[in-house]
Design a protein around this ligand. Structure first.
Ligand code: UDX
Length: 456
């Protein structure tokens, strides 16, 4: 049997780490990751890697140059491959029908057209990008009506990895989901991809379904996860009003094995590239299929999240005697969660914007996110001297009226808060958007503390 060759379109957060893991686990399979962006491919080849993930560098080094290759020669790699993973971006549409909700499938469609143009012989196309249900049929139509010499099976194999734990998630996934057409050819293609994962994932964890169940399951998994966060965040507001404690409530309900303890941490709001995008996509699908009640139900998850972010900044303003004009607020943490430099949809964007709008001087520190990225997320191309980014947490807090924790970076837990208090304007406020600090100790030091879901 000839050697299996995989080509991956898209060297981003999903394509890069997933392909590196397949290559590391299957030395006999040639894996080529392609991207139009030369700087991105250079970074994968020479480092530092374009994606910060603990443990990823070791996995890449193990296989790179042997059976793992990164190249901008997309067509060459496509031609040689028998399995093609599509890992291109599917951002939310910014204009036209479904703007702000539907997924923009421009990159997926152009990938399909390119595959149709160059592919010869039998190819398995694997959708890994998160896409609306029934996209496979659009891809198939494009492939089958444009290709002269290719025959295609389209599979759906959504990626469930979370950022910051990508390597562990890929190494030991809860499940691998592969959907395909329920024909002999479709089932054979599913088995071919399943047998790759089976090199390191136990067979019972490899689920096979029809195409549409697999496509929809990815959206639904993210919608359920986000819904849990919005649910606990909604209760955090009630806790603040009633002297119930959100961590105690989360523990109490999480002990019910039907609910389970994970994803019940109240926060300033969820961020990341997936949750909001996928829910809006689900909402759009429901509307498209004439299900406005279902659409409204899921849309409320995003609305609650937006409310939580603005509720947090409004709380900062009201605690600081209802005005922050000219006041210095230190923001500790900008990434959407710890151990990543990703800032897509991070709650910090909304909080910083709200405070700037109120006339505050906002001084941000994040251990991993560069200044240019913070500026462009908050301000776009505008300039605002009231947004300052510093490279040190203590410095960011020097002279501040309030300190807000927006990302749960471990290093914030061990900060010298006595020193911070000494250097701050009095009364000194801490707003803990992640509930990671020792609040009683902070109060002893003289801080006024607000924490999500805790009565003052
Ligand atoms: C998510 C899904 O977990 C993953 O399966 C999917 O493939 C992609 O989307 P990711 O966006 O990397 O992964 O991060 P995740 O760890 O799920 O966190 C998302 C957001 O929710 C973060 O902002 C996080 O801080 C927040 N969160 C998470 C909470 O506020 N409370 C929680 O209890 C859990």
């Amino acid at each position: 049997m000839s050697q299996t060759r995989i080509c991956c379109l898209g060297a981003g957060y999903v394509g890069g780490p997933t392909m590196a893991m397949i290559a590391a686990k299957c030395p006999d399979i040639q894996v080529t990751v392609t991207d139009m962006s030369e700087p991105r491919i250079r970074a994968w080849n020479e480092g530092p890697l374009p994606v910060y993930e603990p443990g990823l560098e070791d996995v890449v080094k193990k296989a790179r140059g042997k059976n793992l290759h990164f190249t901008t020669d997309v067509k060459g790699a496509l031609k040689a491959a028998d399995i093609i993973f599509v890992c291109v971006g599917t951002p939310t549409k910014t204009h036209g029908v479904g703007a702000g909700r539907a997924a923009d499938l421009t990159y997926v469609e152009s990938a399909a057209r390119m595959i149709a143009e160059v592919a010869e012989g039998a190819k398995i196309i694997v959708e890994k990008s998160t896409i609306p249900v029934r996209t496979a049929s659009a891809i198939l139509t494009i492939l089958r009506s444009n290709s002269k010499n290719g025959t295609f099976q389209v599979l759906s194999n959504p990626e469930f990895l979370a950022e910051g734990t990508a390597v562990a998630d890929l190494e030991n996934p809860d499940r691998v989901l592969i959907g395909g057409e329920q024909t002999p050819e479709g089932l054979a293609a599913v088995e071919k991809v399943a047998s790759i994962y089976a090199r390191w994932v136990p067979r019972p964890k490899i689920l096979t379904t029809n195409l549409w169940s697999s496509e929809l399951s990815k959206l639904v998994a993210n919608a359920f996860l986000a819904q849990r966060i919005s649910s606990i965040n909604s209760i955090s507001a009630l806790c603040e009003a009633t002297e119930a404690d959100i961590d105690e409530v989360a523990r109490a309900i999480g002990c019910d094995s039907r609910i389970g303890p994970k994803f019940l941490k109240a926060s300033v709001g969820f961020g990341g590239s997936c949750f909001q995008k996928d829910i809006l996509n689900l909402v759009y699908l429901c509307e498209h299929f004439g299900l406005p009640e279902v659409a409204a139900y899921w849309e409320s998850v995003v609305k609650m999240n937006d409310w939580q972010k603005h509720r947090f900044s409004a709380r900062i303003v009201s605690d600081l005697f209802s005005t922050v004009t000219g006041k210095h607020i230190a923001i500790l943490g900008f990434a959407f969660k710890k151990d990543t430099n990703d800032t897509r949809e991070t709650a910090a964007i909304a909080v910083c914007r709200d405070l700037l709008k109120e006339g505050a001087k906002v001084v941000v520190y994040d251990p991993r996110v560069p200044e240019t990225q913070i500026r462009s997320e908050v301000l776009g191309s505008e300039k605002n001297p009231n947004l300052v980014v510093l490279k040190n947490a203590l410095e960011a807090c020097q002279g501040a009226h309030g300190v807000a924790i927006l990302t749960e970076w471990d290093e914030f837990k061990t900060l010298d808060f006595k020193k911070i208090h000494d250097g701050m304007n009095k009364p000194a406020f801490v707003f803990d958007g992640r509930n990671i600090l020792p609040h009683a100790k902070l109060r002893e030091l003289g801080f006024k503390v607000f924490a999500i879901g805790k009565a003052v």
